[in-house]
Each structure stands twice: as C-alpha cells, then as structure tokens.
Design a protein around this ligand. Sequence first.
Ligand SMILES: [Zn+2]
Length: 275
Amino acid sequence: MIGPRVAGLGDEDEAFEDTNPGGNITAIGASAAACEAFIATYLVPEFGIYPDQLVRDVVALFRIVLVDKLAYNGQWRSALPDYLHFTLYLSVAPHDAAYVRKVIHHEWFHMVDFAEFGNDHIVDPEWHACLLAPDVYSPHGGEGMRGGTAGIWDLDIDPVPSTRNPGFVTAYASSAAIEDKAEVWAALVCFRPASLDALLGSDPVLASKAALLRARVAGLTPTMGPAWFAALGALRERAFDEDGRHWQPVPNRPPNTPPYFVHALTRAKTYNPPL
Ligand SMILES: [Zn+2]
C-alpha cells in the first residue's frame, strides 16, 4: 500500500524547475500513459514492499512525483530525493528494468537514512567502523562518479565478479558513505537470496554493512525484521523465475542511436531484437 500521493507533473512536456539550497531540480511532465505504465511495472511492486509505518511515520514522505527528463543541476537522473519537501522524484523514461528497480530503492534509502540521522547521515561513525580503512571514499563524492558504468548492476548474475572492489557492491558505492549505504540497501532488497548469500558470504566487510542496515531498519520499523527479508527474498525468487528470461529493450544514449537489448538472466547485450 502506498501512503503518499503519487502524481504526475503538470501537462506532458510542461517544464518544471524547483530551486533548492543545494541545487536545481528540473524535469518535464510525463505522459499519463507513461506514468500509468511506470506505476504498474515498477512503483507498486517495488515501493509497495515498504510498510506504511516506514513511509508515513519514519520518513513522512509527502509525495512521489513521476516526471521525464529529470535532472539535478543539469546532471541527468533516474530518481531524486528532495529531503526538504519530503518528495521523491522518479523518472518514467524507459531504462533497463533491473536498473530502475535498483534506483527506486537506492534513492528511497537516502530518505530513510536522512530521516534517521539528519545531516549526520554523511558522517555516520558506526558505518565507518565497518570499513577496512578510513579513507576508502572518493574525495569527489557521488557527483564525480555518476554516469558511465559506475552503478552497473550485474551482481544478481555473478555475485563476485573480478572487477568488484572488496567491500563494495558497485564502483559507485565507493564514491561516498551515503552512496555506499544506498547501494548496499538496494542489494539487500533487490537480489535473489542465493546471489545475496553468495555475495555477503564472500565479503566480510559487505556482510557487516548489511547487518548494520538490517538492524537499523528493524529498529525504525519492527515489522522489517528477518521475516520481512525472508518474505521479500521469496518474492524475488518467484519474480526471477517468472519473467527473468526476457530480453529487455534499453534506449541507448546518446539519443538517435538504436536501442539495444539486455537479457535479464545472463545480462548479455545485443542490438538485434532476439525474438
Ligand atoms: Zn545516491
């Protein structure tokens, strides 16, 4: 059940801008059809996993706004939490399905983290105690590492790829503590149980980070204890079996180049529609 108001933004293609102390949120209105498809495909199944208590009482989320061409200070985004206005912006632009699911949980966790710790969520000594060294994060933070392949999400196929840095779910996780937390959270709620167990079992630093986040959410919302994670894992397993073997079209960037297709099971890519 979704507690906050879910709304599109003005008319289709209508420009939107909101100036925050930290920067400018810009977007354009998405079509009603695109919003409806996004709600059915992603928002209800993904955001619907969270108990009302977390959404309404802990984060006090006011609204979720569905838009197109979402950007922050001109930097393209799939999702954006606006802490000051208790608003979560989500882009309905077509994208790789696994990435969209991940990004919803990643950005939402920023709001949970902020609700618990305020601006101290950036410092977080308890989190830093999990790290191998105090200076593991990039001096440039998340801003300096967006785009490219830093947030690529292939781990539910190969939980321990050779390119992964020990202690981090993705390269993007090593950009800043707040991004690391959000990436670990997304892994906890997105991965299939077998992949997650293999990942955490092979990496004690990640395992300690995961344990900390699990304990924190259970502290905020008692219903999000081990039984909640077990039920979610069973859901992920079923969904993967039912629709995990499809090729998913991914719009290419820059625009005006052909879309490619990604296989949800193997992550193989091709430009030829594999029908
Ligand atoms: Zn983030």
